[in-house]
Design a binder for this molecule. Structure first.
Ligand SMILES: CC(C)(COP(=O)(O)OP(=O)(O)OC[C@H]1O[C@@H](n2cnc3c(N)ncnc32)[C@H](O)[C@@H]1OP(=O)(O)O)[C@@H](O)C(=O)NCCC(=O)NCCS
Length: 341
């Protein structure tokens, strides 16, 4: 039976041995014995496991280890706060000795991390994994995490795959990815009808011009939400005040899956794409009565910009096919992207 407990200083030499073990994707070797001989010199990386006391625990994070019946250390996983986002945590360094995989150690480590996150008052977790780690991708899929966006690593042959999970709600695992075809736009129209206004198609066309990214959240074959990320604010008044920056529009989640973390996954993906495209902040105009969006932004560490009230003009078509135009004086919120997440 594998158990999980908080890291103790006496674990350090065994932790270093585990950290030194090649363990991901094709390098995984289940014939490596347990226990690993303790390591007296630190591994070359990662820093979180070289000196977890300083880099994780003293930074307000948590570190757990998995131990087998004989007390040998066979797994580790950590949690770190995210700078500037009081309700968001980041799961780090989750790994299990290759000889004891598929025995539930990873799942138990994650449960301990989620409990610790809740105790710290966090509402959402994120993590990243390389797409050359198929076992980890399968693991996070099995545990119901949402895949939010894939980020190319110019120096490497793999991509970083970001994941999100809500802790407070009945989390729905979705996959967020840019609209990639007319068929995707048609699926968006089926999932979130715009009654002949063809908004999905026009956003997909904007993406093809290179000025925008239209992100769709998929629940299996169904589109259940979307957000449009512009490289530049659509409001002159905002550009005058804040300068050029990326901006989120058309954040919508289907009624039947609201309050299940889909908007958080979409905003996380939009922030990631914005950062990858060189933005240092992303903005969002929120209509006066949009309480849910306001609460969401507050929870995710967005900041209201007093004095900025861009006017959002939008149109909709009624059941008789008549087009209506609306104008809303909005509040304006921004998210700084220190490390883009
Ligand atoms: C990812 C990792 C931590 C999973 O640890 P684990 O102890 O084997 O995971 P669990 O036994 O708790 O698996 C839970 C579920 O995840 C899924 N899963 C885990 N590994 C899987 C694999 N290789 N293939 C398919 N599904 C997998 C399964 O659904 C599994 O349940 P099941 O065994 O009842 O079918 C481990 O593979 C590992 O250390 N990988 C290398 C390091 C790494 O990539 N870490 C993540 C970096 S972000």
């Amino acid at each position: 039976m594998i158990e999980v407990r908080p890291f103790e200083p006496d674990d350090l030499a065994s932790l270093w041995a585990l950290a030194h073990l090649p363990d991901a994707g094709v390098t995984e070797d289940p014939s490596v014995p347990v226990p690993l001989p303790p390591r007296r010199v630190p591994p070359t990386g990662p820093a979180d496991l070289v000196d977890p006391q300083a880099t994780v625990l003293a930074a307000g994070g948590d570190l757990f280890v998995a131990v087998d019946d004989a007390g040998h250390l066979v797994g580790v996983g950590g949690l770190r706060p995210v700078h500037g986002r009081p309700r968001l945590g980041r799961v780090i360094r989750l790994r299990v000795h290759p000889a004891v995989r598929r025995q539930g150690a990873g799942r138990r480590l994650m449960e301990a991390l989620e409990d610790a996150a809740r105790r710290r008052g966090l509402t959402d977790l994120l993590l990243d994994v390389g797409d050359h780690q198929p076992e980890a991708l399968a693991f996070y899929r099995a545990l119901g995490w949402s895949e939010t966006w894939r980020e190319a690593q110019p120096e490497a042959h793999w991509q970083t795959v970001w994941h999100h999970r809500s802790l407070e709600r009945d989390h729905l695992a979705v996959e967020v990815r840019p609209c990639g075809s007319d068929d995707d736009a048609a699926a968006a129209e089926r999932g979130l009808p715009t009654r002949g206004s063809d908004h999905h198609r026009s956003r997909w066309e904007r993406q093809q011009t290179g000025e925008a990214t239209y992100l769709l959240a998929w629940d299996g074959a169904d589109v259940v939400g979307h957000v449009l990320l512009l490289d530049r604010s659509a409001y002159d008044e905002v550009v005058d005040d804040l300068g050029e920056h990326a901006e989120v529009h058309a954040l919508v989640v289907a009624d039947r899956v609201q309050r299940r973390g889909v908007a958080t996954a979409l905003l996380g993906a939009a922030a990631g794409v914005a950062r990858e495209r060189g933005a240092s902040q992303v903005g969002l105009a929120i209509e006066p009565d949009a309480d849910a969006a306001t609460e969401l932004c507050r929870r995710l560490g967005w900041r209201v910009r007093p004095g900025l009230h861009p006017v959002h003009t939008w149109s909709w078509r009624d059941e008789h096919g008549t087009e209506h135009e609306e104008r809303d004086r909005c509040g304006y919120w921004t998210l700084t992207l220190p490390d883009g997440r």
